[in-house]
Design a protein around this ligand. Structure first.
Ligand code: UDP
Length: 326
């Protein structure tokens, strides 16, 4: 396949470009480098452009294409920031994606894999979330992704755009070879924050947000899924769109929940260092338990996550963290 990867300089996009290259697929990365890293684009031709620039998008699709598939990762993704500044979330995530979709229609590109999120489910009613679960986001980030999921359904009906929305639960880990990894500024995610605080010798700076949730140890439970397992799901989704016509959605997780304290305990075992933390008030908008039921992705896409235990996921993040290349 020849694949256009929008947002390919970011954490998940860069891992997907490596996975595509290993399977001999050609990729072109478009990124505005607002949060991505030029050094992370190692397996693709790179074009610096912004999805808010419709003319540039049409130009790229016309002059670099045709593409068999488009993968779209360009998004703002911090829940707290989305509450403070919803305008940038609706502009980038909604208006930007509309630009892309319109450019696809104008240039006759019809297959899209879209990066969605468990945040579309808001405060779930069940612990194990399948695709039938009501989508009721509780912040502008989740809302911006839900809007696009709905737009994708309408664009399929009206313009024949075929799409798969992949709803990630907690993406984590890194390329086991240490060539790319997770680097956000600021970093808000649990696993990199644990590893950062441990290496900086400032374990006491690690904060655990809330220990009074209705869970066995009082801390939030999440479903941690390795970024390379996500990468594989994108490629399978792209292949699925070669044969199937529709606007599809799949939940992607391991199906195993770990509490914040369990993750810290596992990190202690992996890095063989004590990890000190403080208990802080809960973070606004954090549901107690978010675990994916990924049966549909397994049955329909033939997807199977390979990183089953939290220690092996943390070990890959630790390899990256000890020798970050950017
Ligand atoms: N968390 C924490 N300390 C941190 C970062 C996260 O206690 O420094 C908690 C957070 O409140 C949530 C879980 O760890 O319960 C996973 O958070 P993360 O930001 O990694 O992913 P999210 O579930 O918000 O997408």
């Amino acid at each position: 396949m020849k694949v256009l990867v929008l947002g390919g300089a970011g954490y998940i996009g860069s891992h997907i470009c490596k996975a595509l290259a290993l399977l001999n697929h050609e990729s072109v990365v478009v990124d505005n480098l607002s949060t991505g890293h030029r050094e992370a684009v190692r397996w693709s031709r790179f074009i610096e452009a912004d999805i808010l620039d419709s003319t540039a998008l049409i130009d790229i699709l016309q002059n670099e294409g045709p593409f068999d598939l488009i993968m779209h990762f360009c998004a703002k993704s911090l829940v707290g920031e989305s509450v403070q500044n919803p305008a940038i979330y609706y502009r980038n995530n909604v208006a930007g994606t509309l630009n892309l979709l319109d450019a696809m229609v104008a240039t006759k590109h019809e297959r899209l894999v879209f990066s969605s999120t468990a945040a579309v489910f808001g405060m779930p009613e069940k612990d194990l979330i399948d695709e039938q679960h009501t989508r009721l986001p509780i912040n502008p980030y989740g809302q911006s992704k839900k809007i696009i999921e709905d737009v994708l359904s309408d664009y399929h009906h009206a313009y024949g755009i075929k799409s798969v929305a992949l709803r990630y639960f907690n993406a984590c880990g890194a390329d086991p070879d240490g060539e790319v990894g997770e680097r956000h500024e600021p970093e808000t995610h649990l696993i990199p924050n644990i590893l950062k605080s441990a290496t900086a010798g400032k374990s006491s700076e690690l904060k655990v947000f809330g220990d009074n949730y209705p869970t066995p140890d009082g801390t939030c439970i999440r479903d941690y899924i390795h970024v390379n397992d996500l990468a594989l799901a994108h490629i399978l989704a792209g292949e699925y769109l070669q044969e199937n016509d529709g606007a599809f959605a799949f939940n992607l997780g391991n199906g195993n929940g770990f509490s914040v304290l369990q993750v810290i305990e596992a990190a202690r075992d992996v890095i063989k260092q004590d990890i000190v933390f403080s208990i802080e008030p809960p973070r606004a908008g954090d549901p107690p338990i978010l675990v994916a039921d990924s049966t549909k992705a397994k049955q329909i896409l033939g997807w199977q996550p390979t990183y089953k235990d939290i220690e092996s996921i943390i070990a890959t993040a630790w390899t990256w963290h000890q020798n970050e290349k950017f």
